[in-house]
Design a protein around this ligand. Sequence first.
Ligand SMILES: C[S@@+](CC[C@H](N)C(=O)[O-])C[C@H]1O[C@@H](n2cnc3c(N)ncnc32)[C@H](O)[C@@H]1O
Length: 257
Amino acid sequence: MSATTLSTPADRAWRELHEAATAPYKKGGSFAWHFARGKLGRDPVFRGLLERGLIEAEHRRVVDIGCGQGLFASLLASMSAMQKQGRWPSTWFPTAPRPEYTGIELMPKDVARAQASIGHLEPKPTLLCADMCSAELPDCDLVVILDVLHYVDLQAQEGVLERVRDALRRGGNAKARLLLRVGDASSRRGFAISQWVDRTVTRIRGHKVSPTWGRPLSEWTALLQSLGFRVRSMPMSEGTPFANVLLVADLEQNEAA
Ligand SMILES: C[S@@+](CC[C@H](N)C(=O)[O-])C[C@H]1O[C@@H](n2cnc3c(N)ncnc32)[C@H](O)[C@@H]1O
């Protein structure tokens, strides 16, 4: 029996999304294209967010902090197009039509690759080359921070999260949400492996700082709760040797109002 006959409608839809979301990166050059295909195919977070219904129809204004080459923007746009064409699996939750995306990224080369690849999407993504520690955050419904906060020290992490809370609060959406993936420093082996990989990749990419600042999961949760979020956590490193955890942080209703 072939792999195609064994796959579910959701598997087939995911393959279609993978094709659609990575296709624009052909314009960004060979590195951009191969990186997008590998990342979207191998990192469990993207399909995980989708299948768990964590990106909701009410999440129209999205801010992606440490966005790299903006893969999440391309995924959101492809998701919206597939729903418009009526080819969305019944087991998947609907997401926003025409999401507005703002990506914030420190490295000019990543922003240039994002611009060359997905700069033409509709609605046009806003791609900012800026430091998340000082960049102005627009009012929004959903903030995504995947594997980024450990690049800055603990105090700076708190500053970023406070400003994220304020941007979500200003957005005024009752479903305001932060999706934050971090390493769990209490899981020593997996955390050490991801630190090593990140340091190596970071050096190759020419970063000046090394990503080293972690916290145990209990501390991440307590910090988010102290800022007014209701927090759930779920492992998000399936199929990899890392100790990554996804924190789903919903702004408390009275905080969003
Ligand atoms: C491990 S990558 C994750 C990229 C993307 N979030 C993803 O999941 O595909 C971390 C990204 O955060 C960016 N970054 C690190 N420090 C930053 C800062 N202070 N402000 C903005 N971006 C930063 C890095 O340049 C890099 O692109």
